[in-house]
Design a protein around this ligand. Structure first.
Ligand code: MRU
Length: 348
């Protein structure tokens, strides 16, 4: 059974510290906002759905020690500053902003009630975002598994499993579900430079589930496709614009271009909370840039001269024309475009 990466116990948020994997399975208890901000920025908790859930509990943490009989105006300022600090951590994954906005809406809806009642509603909402994520992943995984034939050779990029969500996962969740139904498969795992979410996290999760998998450097993907080793690509998403253009971990776009050239289906698996219908295309998706140390000094090893100029976008955007289908908890959109995407978002 895939791990649970986030839990809420006695007013404390417990996460798996993903920077320590695969060497150690270490949990980190978070009870204040600076610790949570650091954990999100350093990718101790990462993956679009997981950071959304963590941020929702962050709002609870940010206001939980506020005196119940103190000023409501100051309470709302504290809430706003908590939301702002969390929102500033990572700009690309819209699940973060979506979860924070959902929390703010709850506080607004109950603003006439007592501070303790508002706090209670905020906790209930964070718990609902958490349990919804669990249910959504399982629904989505069933749709995803339908697209995976027996004995499939699959390639994936970046971690989209239990670690990237509350549990189970999206793209990897689809593989877990297909595997649990008895389908055989072999997964080619892109290592996902520079932070190695594929090598460190996907390999760990797939091996734990007993799924046959092989690690490759990102630049080996073209060669394995050319040798007819791949039947399908499946990846996650951090933000999907109205027309289906999809931001995901840097290197996803090149995989999609390769898949098109080799006539291999390219699937994106994501919950509907990853859609941002306010953006007409992927051109408007903000792309996070990471510090140069992650490239030249990664994992304790200097790999380039200290004064090297570095460009390190964390994500890229795959145009919808390269995507065969988007798999969500509400169903699958084939050849996504603005019409089909907006129709799907109208569904309950
Ligand atoms: O920088 P990360 O590790 O948070 O990037 C994660 C990804 O790009 C995932 O593919 C995406 O968030 C989907 S996770 C279900």
């Amino acid at each position: 059974m895939p791990v649970t990466s986030i839990s809420w116990q006695s007013n404390i948020l417990r996460i798996i510290d993903q920077t320590k994997l695969p060497n150690e399975l270490v949990y980190l208890d978070i009870a204040d906002i600076p610790t949570l901000v650091e954990a999100i920025m350093k990718l101790r908790v990462r993956g679009a759905p997981a950071i959304g859930v963590a941020a929702a509990f962050g709002v609870v943490i940010g206001v939980q020690d506020y005196e119940d009989d103190a000023s409501k105006k100051t309470f709302f300022s504290l809430l706003d500053s908590t939301v702002q600090q969390l929102r500033n951590t990572r700009p690309t994954a819209v699940n973060l902003a979506w979860a924070l906005e959902s929390m703010r809406e709850v506080a607004q809806k109950y603003h006439h009630e007592s501070i303790s009642a508002i706090k209670e509603k905020l906790l209930l909402k964070a718990k609902k975002i958490y349990t919804d994520d669990q249910a959504i992943n399982r629904k989505l995984a069933k749709f995803g598994a339908n697209l995976i034939q027996d004995n499939a050779q699959i390639i994936t990029h970046c971690n989209t499993g239990a670690l990237a969500t509350v549990d189970y996962g999206t793209a990897l969740g689809s593989l877990f579900y297909a595997h649990s139904c008895g389908k055989k498969m072999h997964v080619w795992v892109d290592e996902t430079r520079p932070l190695l979410q594929g090598a460190r996290l996907n390999m760990w999760e797939l091996q734990n589930e007993g799924i046959n998998c092989t690690l490759i450097c990102d630049n080996t993907a073209a060669f394995v496709m050319q040798k007819n080793h791949i039947d399908l690509c499946i990846v996650g998403a951090d933000r999907i614009a109205a027309n289906g253009d999809t931001a995901n971990k840097i290197g996803t776009y090149s995989l999609a271009v390769l898949a098109k050239y080799h006539k291999i289906p390219f699937y994106v698996a994501a919950p509907t909370s990853t859609f941002d219908p306010t953006l007409t295309s992927g051109n408007d998706i903000p792309i996070e840039e990471r510090p140069k140390e992650e490239i030249i000094d990664s994992f304790g090893c200097r790999t380039a001269p200290q004064n090297s100029k570095v460009y390190s976008p964390a994500f890229d955007v795959t145009p919808h024309t390269l995507i065969s289908a988007i798999i969500t908890e509400r169903g699958v959109i084939n050849s996504p475009d603005t019409h089909s995407t907006l129709e799907l978002l109208k569904k309950p």
